[in-house]
Design a protein around this ligand. Structure first.
Ligand code: PHE
Length: 432
């Protein structure tokens, strides 16, 4: 059998895994969920969930892959202390879940491509608020166009995976991640210095860093936990697959995991530092929700001359972040087919890619059917039920049915007791 691929070095692993974590979840979703749940209070809850609940699971998953030298399905089976067949299914379930999420993640990523294209070719300039809304609405009804971008995006993802772990995923992440940080910092400086209203920046900072507990509910806590596990790409085969490509002599997984977590968290905070000052400058409500980036923001950017440059940069940022994450949503399936069924990486990439393109197209076609929207239903079904189920199963496995975390006593304790309670609670709420 050919030797298993592995990352060139720790830097490559950190960039690729950072790319997996940093995505639409951190840049698009975090700011609006934070805005809807009281700003600083939500940020604190988020930090708590990341550090206490998500990070031991992340370290556990990476260690699991590394120790077993297999992707999720095989690793769960090989490292299980008992019930190997059952845990094998749990591992495969995570891989399928990641794949399923990719089928609609790529649709949203396709929207960022449309906006990137429009902002470069001038289609977004001089839109007022209602025109921006109109533009969005008509794009949502334009199925062929959405399918086109979904197709383009997925093809790029497949091309990278096809090229290989080192030549594709690793090289791309090593370029994209530093670039992404540069863009983010540039945009934060821009947003904090908007001249239209100089009081906006301090207000945004206060909003983000001074907790107002009156807005914080138990619901906010669950949102924070869900956001933390999604943002760190847990329970979808991603961390296990990426960990499985670590070299044997790497012995500081908790530290590498810590760096990835820090990167992801910093990106989420920086994204909020871009969005909130803009919102406050133009007197909008931070609770603007999902439409923020595709409706509110284009209208705001159209008002300022710098918007001509800022808009394409911002959508390029979203695209880069989505790209590295999408790769990490499909790679576990490819890793699985290679590890367990001895397929060639290229063949696996093509098959998985085509299936994802077809399913995504189906979600787009049904999206305009309002009540029958498979797109919204699949999203809700995944995030409310399947993701918590997979995360809960992963935690129970790491805490009780495998010994991969034995050398990491504190993490093991959390994974055994606290994580299952927190995540089980989310699941029950999702089911009710
Ligand atoms: N963490 C990514 C984001 O924040 C999404 C993702 C989830 C990627 C799970 C891989 C696996 O957008």
């Amino acid at each position: 059998m050919p030797k298993r691929e592995h990352w060139s070095n720790k830097f490559a692993f950190v960039m690729a895994t950072g790319g997996a974590a940093i995505g639409l979840g951190s840049i698009w979703r975090f700011p609006y969920v934070c805005g809807e749940n009281g700003g600083a209070a939500f940020l604190l809850a988020y930090l708590f969930c990341v550090i206490v609940i998500a990070s031991p699971i992340l370290i556990g998953e990476i260690t699991l892959g590394k120790t077993a030298r297999r992707g999720s399905g095989g690793a769960f089976r090989l490292m299980a202390l008992s019930y190997k067949k059952f845990w094998n299914i749990v591992g495969i379930f995570a891989v399928i879940l990641g794949f399923l999420i990719m089928t609609y993640y790529s649709i949203i990523a396709g929207w960022t491509l449309e906006y990137l294209y429009q902002s470069i070719t001038g289609g977004l300039t001089s839109l007022d608020a209602s025109q921006a809304e109109g533009f969005w609405q008509s794009f949502m009804l334009n199925e062929p166009r959405q399918i086109f971008w979904h197709l383009v995006f997925t093809l790029i993802v497949v091309a990278v995976i096809f090229t290989g772990l080192r030549a594709g995923i690793e090289k791309l992440s090593e370029i994209l991640m530093p670039l992404l940080f540069l863009i983010l910092i540039g945009l934060v400086i821009f947003a904090l210095n908007l001249e239209a209203d100089l009081s906006a920046a301090p207000r945004a900072l206060t909003y983000l860093f001074t907790p107002d507990w009156s807005k914080f509910t138990s619901e906010s806590f669950f949102m924070a936990l869900g956001q933390a596990t999604f943002s760190l790409s847990l329970a979808m085969g991603t961390m296990t697959a990426y960990g499985s490509y670590l070299d044997d002599d790497v012995n500081n997984v908790p530290m590498l995991g810590g760096i990835v977590i820090a990167m992801d968290t910093i990106v989420a905070i920086l994204s909020a530092l871009i969005i909130f000052p803009i919102i406050f400058t133009y007197g909008l409500n931070p609770e603007a929700g999902t439409g923020l980036i595709f409706v509110t923001l284009p209208a705001l950017l159209a008002k300022i001359p710098a918007g001509l440059v800022i808009a394409p940069i911002f959508y390029a940022l979203l695209f880069f972040a989505a790209l590295a994450s999408a790769i990490s949503l499909l790679e576990p399936a490819v890793t699985h087919l290679v590890d367990e069924h001895h397929w060639q990486r290229q063949r696996a990439a093509v098959l998985v890619g085509i299936t994802s393109i077809l399913l995504g197209a189906l979600w787009i076609i049904t999206n305009s059917l309002e009540s029958k929207s498979l797109f919204l239903n699949i999203d809700r079904f995944c995030s409310d039920i399947l993701v918590p189920v997979s995360t809960l199963a992963t935690t129970i496995y790491l805490g009780w049915f495998s010994s991969v975390l034995d050398n990491y006593k504190f993490g093991r304790l959390l994974v055994k007791y606290l994580c299952p309670i927190g995540i089980g609670w989310i699941l029950i709420r999702g089911l009710l």
